[in-house]
Every structure is written in C-alpha cells, then in structure tokens.
Design a binder for this molecule. Structure first.
Ligand code: CDV
Length: 303
C-alpha cells in the first residue's frame, strides 16, 4: 500500500507591529482548519510567525524586545493553537522567537516547534544559519538576527510523527546544502521550512529579479538531491514597510513543484505527498549506501 501524508504550507500575510498574539493565533487557527479540511495531517507555518519580523529594526528598549519572544512554548497565548491541532487531528510546525531565562542569563534563539496530531509538543529546532549582522551596516538592508539570536545548538533533529520522519529548518537554512544533507542523513523524509525573506536587498540590486528564483532553487535542489518532500511557508506582503516574498510551496523528491501559493496573503496550499516516491527517486540516482563515497570526500587530491 502506498504511504501518503497530506502536507499543508500555511503562508501568512503580513503581521504589522502591535498586532496582538490573540489576533495572530486566531489567523493561524483559521488556516489550520483550512489545512485539515483539505486533507492535511501536517502543516507548516512561517518563521517568527507570532509577530512582525522584528530583526528588520534596531530595538533598544529591552521590554519591547522581550515582547517579541515566547517565554516558553506553548504558553497561555499560544496554547489555543495546540488545542486546535488536537481538535482537528493535525500536526504542525511553527517558527517563534524563543527566550530562555537561565538564572540571570537570557538565551535567545530563532526556533521552530513541532506539534503532533494530539496537540503535544514533540520537539524543537533552533536555526543554525543565522544571517545578518549585530548592528546596521552602511548600504546593507538592516537585518539584525545576529544581534537577537544565538546560533542553534540542537543540530538537525528528525522526529517520528506517526511513522513519518520529519525534519525542520528556518529561512536562511534553506539556502545551505548542509541543511538537507544532514536532515537526509539523519533519516528525514519530510522537511518543513518557515521563512521571512525581503523582496529587495539594498546590497544586491543586481540580484533583485532573482529573489523568487533563489527562493525555490535551493529548496528544489535540496529536495531532489536528498530525495525529500519539502513544505515551505512564507510570511508575505508589505509588513511594517518592508515587502516580503511569498512563494510558499510543496516540493516533491523529484524536485518538482507539487503546490505553489499564488498570493501574498494568508493562504493554505495542500498536497497529498506520496512517500514511496522517495524510494523511487533514491533508486534512480541517489542510492546512498551503494554510490556515496564519504571516505573520498575529504581527501585532498595530489597534484
Ligand atoms: N530570515 C532570514 O533568514 N532571511 C534571509 C536573508 C534575507 C537574510 C534569507 O535567506 O531569506
């Protein structure tokens, strides 16, 4: 019998500064309902889904900064999303700003939580490839993730969800081949990705027309070269004055686009993913056990 899983990518339109968590969670639950009604068993939401993409601003006020983080997940404000998952019998992954208070010390990560169909938190991923800078740089679009987040310290974990092996990644991670290869080597069959990507970067006007191409290219290549299903959800549209690309998608292990968002708003796309396609693609080109040569990859060729 064919192994299948219904995947949903829940793209979000903008979340402007000052929007309450209750309003955002309401939007997320409405999308989870649409995903479940469309047959999905597993959904993905964007990176930093509960707020505006705050690393685009320099925030000096510590109290204001803390307001963007979740002091524990789930908490009182975000728990209704997990209750909805249980009611709808659908799992999900969601990006959030994680604040951990260890005694007097605060640790901050750009994180993603994975919740199963019973509404139980199954694990966390913390973004490894943290882009941007610690302070604004002349001529460069302000992107202060390296000020607000430490690099992830949990590796690339893979979780078993009802017999399907699921890995997580966040935004800039999707541009790095290591992300997919490590998740593949760790046994992932499905990779869920959340992202916030500006449409325009001051430092690279010559590449402006390639933003969507460079969004999809590494995800399609990562899916193909590692025989994975990829579901990726964007935060899209004009958010606090910055245009974010959409292009949320579900990609097959063949590298083909199986579903693609067509708006810059809250939008749910669903695809019934054939997990047996992984083995078919592996047989054709990527039988790792048979053809991969890790013993040779670090050898320096003699002149
Ligand atoms: N949130 C991100 O990780 N954004 C990065 C860039 C724009 C800094 C990205 O790769 O989309």
């Amino acid at each position: 019998m064919t192994r299948r899983i219904g995947l949903a990518a829940c793209q979000m339109g903008p979340v402007q500064s000052g929007t309450s968590r209750a309003e955002v969670v309401g939007r997320l639950i409405a999308m989870l309902e649409r995903a479940a009604a469309g047959g999905a068993a597993l959904a993905v939401f964007p990176e930093l889904a509960f707020s505006t993409f705050f690393p685009r601003s320099e925030i000096a006020d510590e109290t204001l900064l803390d307001s963007f983080y979740e002091d524990g997940f789930p908490n009182v404000e975000t728990a209704p999303l997990l209750y909805a998952a249980r009611r709808l019998n659908i799992g999900f992954a969601i990006g959030f700003a994680e604040l951990i208070r260890d005694g007097g010390e605060a640790r901050r990560f750009n994180s993603m939580a994975l919740v199963d169909r019973s509404g139980t938190l199954r694990g966390l991923y913390r973004k490894i490839h943290v882009p941007g800078s610690e302070a604004p740089e002349p001529g460069v679009t302000v992107h202060l993730e390296r000020r607000y987040f430490a690099p992830g310290d949990l590796g690339f974990p893979v979780f078993d969800l009802d017999g399907v092996r699921v890995g997580l990644a966040l935004c800039n991670d999707r541009r790095w081949p290591e992300t997919y290869r490590m998740l593949c080597l760790n046994g992932a069959e499905v990779v869920l990705i959340g992202y916030n990507t500006p449409l325009y970067l001051d430092e690279a006007p010559a590449l402006a027309h390639l933003r969507m191409f460079h969004n999809h290219l590494p995800m399609q290549a990562g899916a193909y070269q590692n025989t994975l299903w990829v579901a990726a959800a964007a935060k899209a549209g004009l958010e606090d004055g910055q245009a974010l690309i959409g292009g949320s998608c579900i990609i097959a292990p063949s590298g083909e686009m199986a579903a693609l968002a067509i708006s810059l708003q809250d939008e749910v796309i669903v695809h019934c993913a054939d997990l047996d396609l992984i083995a078919a693609c592996r047989r054709v080109n990527f039988d790792f056990a048979r053809y991969r040569r890790p013993d040779q990859y670090r050898r320096i060729a003699e002149a």
